[in-house]
Design a protein around this ligand. Sequence first.
Ligand code: NCD
Length: 320
Amino acid sequence: MKQNLISNHVQLDESGKLIHLLGLEGLPKSQLLDILDKASNLLDNNGNLKKSKALDDMSVANLFFEPSTRTRNTFEIAAMRNSANVINVDLANSALKKNEALMDTMHTLKAMQIDMFVIRHKQSGLPHHVAQHLKGVSILNAGDGTNAHPTQALLDMLSIHQHKPNFKDLSVAIVGDITHSRVAHSDIHALKTLGVTDIRLIAPKALQHESERCDTVRCFSDMDLGLKDCDVIMVLRLQKERMLEAEIPNEQEYFENYGLTSERLKLAKKDAIVMHPGPINRGVEIDSTVADCDQSIILQQVTNGIAIRMAVMQILAKNS
Ligand code: NCD
C-alpha cells in the first residue's frame, strides 16, 4: 500500500479530538461515524435542513484559490445555518496580488478574529501546512491538489448510507480519472474505514491508481467487467486542468470506453445508485439520460454536502 507523504496527524489533538479536518486517512471509524450521525440528524424526515446556533458569534472565512460552485456555496450555507458570520475572501483582489505571503494573509485574517478557515488550493498539502503554523483556529480542507477532499467523501458516505445502510456488503465502483481525483482518494479511505471490501477502480491505464490495489481494492481497465453487479457507481470528471496537454484523452473515444450510458448501467445491480461529485460533463463521462435518471442521486449529494459541512463545523467548534 502506498504511504501518503502528506500527514493528517495535526488534525487530532493529544487527546484524540478533531481540531481540523484535513483528510480521512487516519481518522478513526468512531469519529467518521459521529460526523455521519450528526449530519443525518441535521436533516428532517423530508430531507430538509435544520438550523443551529452552534457557531453563534463565530466567524468562518472561505478561501477558494480554485473555482468551485458546490463546495464553496455549501460551506457558506452550512456556516450560515450554524449561525456563524461568513466571509468569502476576495482572493483575486487581495493583498496576495501585491505579493503578500500566504501565511501573512492568514495571520492577518486571524487577527480579524476568524475562527475557522475553509481552504481550497491547487497545491496538495497546503491546508496541512497552514494548520501546522496558524495556531488557535480550525482548518477545513475543501480540496487540496490531487490529495484529499474529506468533506466530499463524507457527503458521499452519507448519500450511500441513505440508500444502502450496510457498508460491509457493498460493491462500489469508482469510474474515471482516478489519478487526478482528490475525491476518489478520500472516498477510498472512507470506504475502507467503513468496512467496504469490494472497491473497484475503473479507468484507462493512464488515469488508473495502481498503487491503491490491495485485498479490498481492485483495478479494472474494462468498464463492463468492473461494473458487473455493483451497488454504487461513482463517476468522475476528466480533470484536464491537472493533466499535461499530451495526457488529455480524446473525449469521444473516452466516452465510448468509459462513459456511463444506460446500457452500461444495466450491468450493475438493478437498484444501483449513480453518484458524481460534480461538475458533470454530459456526454464525456456520463450520458445525460443517466445523469437525470431515477437511479442518479447527484443532486441529493449536493444537499447532503450542507449537512456534512454543518456537522463538521459543529464538532470543530465544540473542540476548539
Ligand atoms: C470535485 C473537486 O473539486 O475535487 N468537485 C467538487 O468538489 N464537487 C471534483 C471535480 O472537480 O471534478
